[in-house]
Design a protein around this ligand. Structure first.
Ligand code: ASP
Length: 462
């Protein structure tokens, strides 16, 4: 007789197909479908999930859902049950070590696959963290607090404001460093908005994520956590930084300034890159190596400024050839107060958009220009068209990244609707979002890619 866990979570069509081929949860299988074949382990299914898919963990570590209807054959080749329980251990207290606070917001770093239900669930208590990454206790006394449990695409103004205020409170209580666990997809958006909402922090504020969850052998979760906790505990960099893998292998992490960083690869662990500059530092388990000098230093006081303002009616327009003016018009008609354009080249959009830009100007909508090339500056004096657009009220934002510009405009318009004041705020650098020049070595090197670049070039040097 089948045990109740044999088909854990499966119902309807998916249960029928599994029973037909006698393939149970944890079976190692070769599945033939009308779209192709798959090899992997059948995972349990969450009770809330639909009844039309069978979920397997592929050899690569990825989970995929296969439509039950398309399955023509399942061959069971073995069985591999995973027991995944993080041992809870009391995080040791040492009076000599710094106090670090880790806030959880969600994302892959806060997740592990619950094999009982097949769901990805958060694991973030200090006891669980210590149980899975005991090295954390070498650096600090860690306290944790789960603020939210969301994938980062669901972060928004409410979460930004709550996070900024929670950080402010901890700093006032005298914490030595802050770590924020966060999904990687919008990690750079949050890093930007926090760089504006939290000013003059006396301690490091380190955002960290992981590209691969901790149930996968290639997970970057543990090392990123170690690097970020080390940075929060020991570094003298009192800025908002993102700490993630430097090279694709686990040689070192990089600390990127919050307003100059961007997620640049959908799956590599070395996905975060400082754009138009070099990262602030390298970090390994035993060393933090600054790559530059011009960062704000740790201080003894507890004075931090929290400015948690946010105007929600702001949009980014990613310009594409043949864009129609109704894109801009609809924003104006819907009461948007600000628009960031990511223009082509030096900051261009087509002529048909000009009347809509004029309408934006007449309706007091703040319109700013950034560049899609990401590297380099907006330059609206080079061509007549740029000058024409400036006449229509479009303001160039130097080398501010589009996402940083978006967050800054939301933040500035949250403080005032006086567009002159907004302009002053936008053009005054606060946290490295505009720099005077982009060093040429910020384009390619110091991006943690040195070993890969060397390897690539060595093939041609032979
Ligand atoms: N979608 C996830 C997120 O951003 C991915 C991750 O955590 O890396 O929350």
């Amino acid at each position: 007789m089948a045990k109740s866990d044999d088909y854990k979570g499966y119902r309807g069509e998916s249960l029928k197909v599994l029973q037909k081929f006698n393939a149970k949860v944890w079976s190692d299988v070769e599945i033939k479908t009308t779209d192709g074949d798959h090899v992997g382990i059948i995972l349990p299914r969450s009770e809330q999930a639909d009844e039309f898919h069978v979920v397997i963990k592929l050899r690569t570590g990825y989970n995929i859902g296969i439509s039950a209807k398309k399955i023509t054959d399942i061959k069971v080749t073995g069985r591999k049950e995973a027991h995944y329980k993080i041992p809870e251990k009391l995080f040791p207290y040492s009076p000599k070590k710094p106090r670090v606070k880790l806030f959880g917001t969600g994302g892959t770093i806060a997740s592990r696959l619950d094999y009982r239900t097949g769901a990805v669930i958060p694991a973030f208590s200090p006891g669980e963290l210590y149980g899975s990454v005991p090295e954390l206790a070498d650096y600090c006394n860690l306290e944790t607090e789960k603020l939210f449990g969301v994938f980062s695409e669901n972060m928004g103004p409410e979460q930004y404001i709550t996070t900024a205020k929670a950080i402010g409170k901890e700093i006032e209580k005298g914490v030595d460093g802050i770590v924020i666990g966060h999904g990687t997809d919008t990690l750079h958006h949050t890093a930007s908005i926090l760089s504006f909402m939290i000013q003059d922090s006396p301690v490091p504020i380190v955002l960290v994520g992981s590209q691969r969850s901790s149930d996968r052998p290639s997970s970057d979760a543990a090392l990123n956590l170690i690097h970020s906790v080390k940075t929060a505990s020991e570094s003298d960099i009192a800025e908002i930084v993102v700490c993630m893998f430097g090279p694709t292998s686990d040689q070192y992490g990089l600390l990127h300034r919050g307003t100059r960083v961007r997620k640049m690869h959908s799956s590599y662990r070395s996905t975060f890159r400082t754009i138009g500059d070099i990262p602030i530092a390298m970090v390994s388990k035993d060393k933090i190596t600054p790559l530059r000098n011009d960062y704000k230093r740790r201080r003894e006081d507890k004075n931090v400024k929290i400015i948690p303002t946010f105007e929600e009616r702001v949009a980014i327009i990613y310009y594409y050839p043949n864009m129609h003016p109704d894109m801009v018009d609809s924003l104006i008609d819907n009461g948007y107060k600000g628009i960031i354009i990511a223009g082509t080249g030096l900051g261009h959009v087509n002529k048909p958009l000009y009347p809509a830009l004029k309408r934006a100007q007449d309706n007091n909508v703040a319109v700013y220009m950034t560049v899609q090339t990401l590297w380099g500056y907006v330059q609206m004096y080079v061509y007549d068209t740029g000058r024409d657009m400036m006449e229509l009220g479009v303001i160039p934002l130097a080398n501010m990244l589009p996402e940083a510009a978006y967050m800054k405009l939301c933040w500035a318009l949250g403080q005032t609707k006086d567009l002159k004041k907004v302009k002053e705020i936008m053009l005054t650098p606060i946290a490295g979002e505009i720099t005077e020049r982009e060093p040429s070595n910020g384009y390619l090197i110091f991006q943690g890619g040195i070993p890969e670049v060397e390897e690539f070039i060595s093939q041609y040097r032979k």
